[in-house]
Design a protein around this ligand. Structure first.
Ligand code: ADP
Length: 372
């Protein structure tokens, strides 16, 4: 398959060099169409109106009037879609570096032996190909970013708008049970209880979805917080559940002061402790431990339980969205908790992982970089 001719705009005032340029391509048999401009101003005009007629511009630096480098800077400021290659005189490496810094794609030095002429037909098609690849990559990244953004907004809007109706369903179901429960038979009351439980599940699900979509949208403020205080707050909210299951809670006394988005890290503790309670086994001495290890450059926390444990083949899977293990399907949950936790850790430059075996409890570790 023959490739289409390379469409080059050559900005060169030296007639001898232009001829040599043409000759180099003729000799190489690389098909090309060369359009010449003698001055930078002329090239600027041409490219402003007709850039799509070219694949690249090759610009000599030593032009009369506006220099080649100034022309490049002007074109780059105007976000030209073309790759620019600058030709500089021998001994002008400094200038070439300046051109690259400004965003010029490549430079070639007109050496005295004129060997650069043999390189032109090899290098210029490569420049066009690589530039095309780079543009395509940028375009896909931009599209992906947009899709992600839309998806987040969609999740946010949907979950936000679902919140109201679900609150109504819960409110009216409770009202029905309390005020009209007597008038219903056993089956009717059971139906209402089921509606209430389902609505509660839906509420948790919606608030998890909202939380997930907010993670990408709202950048929380980082502050210096005492992790002891944070754990105290979280565990006081869980006291009833801990007591109901007879779970002993042990908190290490060396928890440090950390620099983080406090609300989010509270959410991490809350989630890990909530799971540790939820997935506790029928053991005689249920126990949850919150610990800390001081590592080089890192704070490492852990939440250990002696619950049902997790098969190592699911240690990564449980951090994926909506992933719940068969053995725990009956427990209330959405399968979003650990996905949220992992995103929070990522946004802090930290990591989370689990060590566990079925029947032997689980330890969830997470790290935060030390910035204090
Ligand atoms: P959810 O708790 O809503 O199901 P998560 O994302 O928090 O969702 O957890 C995903 C799954 O990982 C849970 O459904 C459960 O199967 C497993 N899991 C999480 N924490 C524990 C734990 N401490 N012990 C045993 N299994 C766990």
């Amino acid at each position: 398959m023959t490739s289409p001719p390379l469409r080059i705009l050559l900005v060169e005032d030296n007639e001898h060099d232009s001829l040599a340029f043409r000759r180099a391509f003729r000799k190489s048999q690389v098909a090309c169409e060369i359009t010449e401009c003698l001055r930078a101003e002329e090239a600027l005009e041409r490219l402003r109106t007709d850039a799509s007629s070219f694949d690249l511009a090759v610009i000599d630096h030593g032009l009369p009037g506006l220099s080649g480098l100034d022309l490049c800077k002007e074109l780059l400021d105007e976000e030209t879609p073309l790759p620019l290659v600058i030709l500089t005189g021998y001994g002008s490496e400094q200038l070439a570096v300046e051109a690259l810094k400004a965003g010029v794609y490549d430079y070639m030095i007109k050496d005295r032996g004129q060997s650069y002429l043999d390189l032109l037909p090899v290098v210029l098609p490569q420049v066009v190909r690589k530039h095309g690849d780079r543009l395509a990559r940028q375009q896909s990244e931009e599209e992906l970013r947009k899709i992600n953004q839309e998806l987040k907004s969609f999740t946010y809007i949907v979950s936000h708008d679902l919140k109201n109706p679900i609150t109504y369903i819960q409110g009216f179901t409770s009202h029905l049970i309390e005020n009209y429960g007597e008038k219903l038979d056993e089956k009717g009351r059971l139906c209402l209880e089921r509606i209430k439980v389902s609505a509660r599940r839906m509420e948790v699900f919606i608030s998890d979805l909202l939380s997930l979509s907010r993670l990408g949208r709202i950048v929380g403020t980082f502050e210096v917080v005492s992790s002891i205080e944070m754990v105290k707050n979280v565990t006081s909210g869980l006291q009833d559940r801990l007591q109901a299951h007879g779970i002993e809670l042990v908190v290490a006394d060396n928890l440090p002061t950390i620099y983080c988005d406090g609300d989010r890290i509270c959410q991490v503790f809350d989630n890990l402790l909530g799971n540790a309670i939820k997935f506790m086994s029928e053991t005689n001495s249920p126990k949850i431990e919150i610990g800390y290890e001081d590592m080089i450059g890192l704070h490492q926390f852990y939440v250990r339980d002696n619950g049902i444990g997790i098969d190592p083949k699911y240690h990564r899977k449980i951090f994926e969205m909506f992933h719940r293990l068969k053995q725990t399907e009956d427990e209330e949950g959405t399968g979003l908790g650990l996905a949220i936790v992992e995103r929070i850790m990522n946004s802090h430059g930290g990591r989370i992982w689990v060590e566990s075996e079925p029947g032997k409890g689980a330890i969830f570790y997470f790290t935060l970089p030390k910035t204090l």
